[in-house]
Design a protein around this ligand. Structure first.
Ligand SMILES: [Zn+2]
Length: 236
């Protein structure tokens, strides 16, 4: 996620626990799969915020804030923290200063794919439920179910969490079509040619992924925060 917020004050023990999370930063793995990060930017703090998880770049330093749900009664839920971190690390590849709401559907889909690549859909639902993102009534889990069950191609969704899952499904469609290794080659090649994940156009995607439909290319190049995901990915 990419939005600005303010870090929460932590106890000494919580600070120590978060330091260990830094060891999990996924950059070597991500660079191997999707190409070198923009080294003009440096990773700053990893903190916790009620508005997290998000990554925010300012003055060429990128801070990551995890959600404050990673701490419960002062102890760190490490798997939840690492799961959130994996997503934010994708935003470290092509940051831009003032990075609020500037990711494309492609970048958010890739980040959500990467975060969940070792999890099944049932785990995503479980995490959404565990995270109790908005309320105590399991709204996120219900919306996830609604998304899974929905066969209507004109369903318009503004819910952010469902949008992440839908962006991931669209990325998955092309990972399945090419295989992860070839998909990674294409992303690396695209980025090496100077195309940023935040600035890619439908033409960049059509050139890189020859098989991509023009409709998918246009969707993936859209600004994620403005995107109205009004259709489900179609089968290849
Ligand atoms: Zn994100």
């Amino acid at each position: 996620m990419t939005q600005e917020g303010s870090a929460q004050k932590l106890s000494e023990n919580e600070e120590k626990a978060l330091l260990c999370i830094r060891d999990h930063v996924f950059l070597p793995d991500l660079e191997c799969s999707f190409g070198r990060r923009n080294t003009k930017f440096t990773l700053g703090d990893i903190s916790v915020s009620s508005e997290g998880p998000y990554a925010y770049a300012d003055n060429h330093t990128i801070d990551i804030a995890l959600g404050n749900n990673v701490f419960k009664d002062g102890s760190l839920n490490e798997s939840l923290a690492v799961w959130q971190l994996a997503h934010e690390c994708v935003h470290l590849l092509d940051p831009i200063n003032g990075g609020s709401n500037n990711a494309t559907v492609f970048e958010e889909g890739l980040a959500t794919y990467y975060q969940n690549k070792d999890f099944g859909d049932e785990n995503i639902a479980k995490y959404l439920e565990d995270m109790r993102l908005y309320d105590s009534e399991g709204k996120a889990a219900n919306m996830f179910k609604e998304f899974r069950d929905c066969e209507c191609s004109s369903w318009i969704c503004d819910d952010k969490d469902i949008k992440y899952i839908k962006a991931k499904e669209l990325i998955n469609k092309y990972i399945n079509a090419f295989g992860i290794s070839k998909f990674g080659d294409k992303v690396r090649h695209l980025r090496k040619s100077g195309v940023s994940l935040k600035k890619l156009t439908s033409k960049d995607l059509t050139t890189a992924f020859m098989k991509i439909s023009s409709e998918d290319a246009e969707t993936l190049a859209e600004n994620f925060s403005k995107w109205k995901c009004n259709r489900l990915p179609t089968a290849t």
